[in-house]
Design a protein around this ligand. Structure first.
Ligand SMILES: [Zn+2]
Length: 63
């Protein structure tokens, strides 16, 4: 696991987890991160819906 941040509202869509956390500046960030070992997909979004959409449409190359 990389960044040790406190995620709220953590959900799982397929292999991708979506969570909300605050960045260093105290702003809300929405992260979508794939849990597949060889994938490494991880991205941050300004809105929760964008993060969830990315999770839903993520095509895992590790499969
Ligand atoms: Zn993936």
């Amino acid at each position: 696991m990389s960044a040790r941040r406190r995620f709220r509202n953590l959900i799982r869509i397929g292999p991708v987890q979506v969570g909300t956390a605050y960045d260093q500046r105290g702003r809300e960030k929405h992260t979508a991160a794939c849990t597949a070992p060889r994938c490494g997909f991880s991205s941050e979004y300004d809105s929760r819906s964008a993060a969830e959409l990315a999770a839903r449409t993520h095509r895992c190359p590790a499969r």
